[in-house]
Design a protein around this ligand. Structure first.
Ligand code: NI
Length: 167
């Protein structure tokens, strides 16, 4: 396994749209393992392949307190979304920044797991927020794009300055 570098907003590669995975090959399973290791090391509760500059529809999530419940979503499709809830979100691609975002409260999603089997999941709470947040990454969208243009441009300037200082 390997730790993968995480792209940081406003890196234009975060805007790329991910392609569906044709088959869950050993290469995809290695990507899943590396993404999980990267997410746990960060530490974070979710990571989309887009964030590690792999533009394939692969997401890893673990919202458990014990950090032992890895969930893998390959080619996820949102089947149903209902209600609305606002929660504070953060993102490994926007380190140190948190803000409130409104999303569907309850969702039903269909995806493939790491064994290539189709499953459907009904969920709400943190997992529902996380699935929607990571699915946005696969479409090239970072959560800060829900913020006002003023907040967003201030944040982008702050991130660019930080990246410059970090070299
Ligand atoms: Ni994110």
């Amino acid at each position: 396994m390997a730790l993968l570098p995480i792209l940081e907003y406003p890196d234009p590669r975060l805007k790329k749209v991910a392609a569906p995975v044709a088959a869950v090959t050993p290469e995809i399973r290695k990507l899943v393992a590396d993404m999980a290791e990267t997410m746990y090391a960060a530490p974070g509760v979710g990571l989309a392949a887009t964030q590690v500059n792999v533009h394939k529809q692969v997401i890893v999530i673990d919202v458990s307190d014990e950090r032992n419940d890895l969930q893998v979503f390959i080619n996820p499709v949102l089947l149903e979304a209902e209600g609305q809830a606002e929660n504070e979100e953060g993102c490994l691609s926007v380190p140190g920044y948190y803000d409130r975002v409104a999303r569907a409260e309850r969702i039903r999603v269909r995806a493939l797991n790491a064994r290539g089997e189709t499953f459907e999941l009904d969920t709400d709470g943190l997992l529902a927020v996380c699935v929607q947040h990571e699915m946005d990454h696969l479409r090239g969208k970072v959560f800060v794009e829900y913020l006002s243009p003023l907040k967003r441009s201030r944040l982008a300037a702050r991130m660019r300055k930080k990246q410059k200082l970090a070299g």
